[in-house]
Design a protein around this ligand. Structure first.
Ligand code: KG4
Ligand code: ZN
Length: 317
């Protein structure tokens, strides 16, 4: 059941240091580093949990969407691990796993809820009324919100990943110095578009070369607020449309405290409860994949040996 998972260990092996040298994720390097890391990470997770490989009774790995080479490493490893031990294996949808990170919080959201999964690759709104049903209500038509953070950070030579760096330099700065656009699209749509905002920041930087770190902070704060306003407005609209009293946010961008604070305040105005994952489970992690996989294994939604990963779209098991 969605409320029944407890984390015994959670090991995250970050590749940020290597990718940041290139200003973003290099897919080929990501796959190679996954191969190098996977056995050690699994070994560490078993040691931290104080269990042996043979104590494991089920295995889950991300099936997609994501970078195909990196997915293949984890998926093949997990498949072989399960096959060798004759234990069930679940292929988990990356975005459903982010939603399950919410159930690993001490304060778990009650169903039904409306959730925004917002990361480097996705900006999706779902209505969730059962632990197994995720109705897609809206998604980005171009850049994901996290991608916009990363690209704007790159334009300002801040480094990678951009989200935490933008949040850091925006802290304490006024967020209304520059009026960047808030693209809401047509009435009634819960879709997003961030490419116009990204271009507007590019034009602003071109027309007003930054003189100081303070200038960068002001641009970062105005940009961040433009993203936050759109994300919060759409999520609340979607929840109101479904007459839903609980809103949630998950995925890398939900680590942004200005965003979560803004969302919580707005939710309060509408009499809604707002939930976000524990800080350490906002970004990609195996605990959320295990939480989703656990429920799939209980429901016998299992993968067969010839199942494969997928890079894009919403395809499920
Ligand atoms: O969920 P995630 O770890 O990986 C994907 O599935 O993409 O999300 C990574 C994204 C990156 O774009 C990163 O810049 C963004 O989440 N992010 C943030 C923050 N921390 C990470 N964006 C805004 N503010 C943050 N504090
Ligand atoms: Zn993710």
């Amino acid at each position: 059941m969605e409320g029944g998972s407890r984390i015994l260990s959670s090991v995250v092996s970050s590749q940020v240091e290597v990718h940041s040298r290139y200003g973003g994720v290099v897919p080929e390097l990501a796959s190679r580093m996954h191969i190098e890391a996977i056995s050690a990470v699994v070994g560490q997770a078993l040691r931290d949990a104080n269990i042996k490989a043979d104590d494991i009774t089920g295995v889950a790995a991300t099936k997609g969407p994501g970078l195909i080479g990196a997915l293949l490493v984890g998926f093949s490893y997990a498949k072989a691990f399960a096959y060798a031990r004759k234990i069930p294996f679940a292929g988990v949808n990356h975005l459903e796993a982010h939603i399950y990170s919410l159930f690993l919080s001490k304060r778990r959201p009650e169903l039904p809820f409306t959730v925004l999964v917002v990361s480097g690759g996705h900006t999706n709104i779902y209505y969730v009324d059962s632990p197994d049903r995720f109705e897609l209500m809206g998604q980005t038509r171009d850049d994901a919100a996290g991608e916009a953070f990363d690209k704007v950070a790159k334009m300002m030579d801040l480094g990678y990943p951009g989200g935490p760096l933008i949040e850091k330099i925006a802290a304490g700065q006024p967020c209304d110095t520059i009026q960047f656009p808030r693209t809401m699209l047509e009435k009634g749509s819960f879709d997003f578009s961030f490419s116009g905002l990204k271009s507007a920041v590019g034009r602003h930087l071109h027309d007003n070369p930054v003189q100081s770190q303070n200038d960068k902070g002001k641009i970062a704060a105005s940009f961040q607020q433009a993203v936050i306003d759109v994300l919060a407005a759409k999520l609340i609209q979607a929840a109101r449309h479904k007459r839903c009293r609980t809103i949630c946010v998950a995925g890398g961008v939900s680590a942004n405290t200005s965003f979560v604070d803004h969302l919580s305040k707005n939710a309060e105005q509408y009499g809604m409860m707002c939930h976000s994952p524990p800080a350490e489970l906002c970004g990609d992690n195996a605990a959320m994949v295990a939480a989703r996989g656990h429920v799939m294994i209980e429901n016998r939604q299992l993968c067969s040996l010839d199942d494969d990963v997928f890079s894009r779209g919403l395809k499920n098991t």
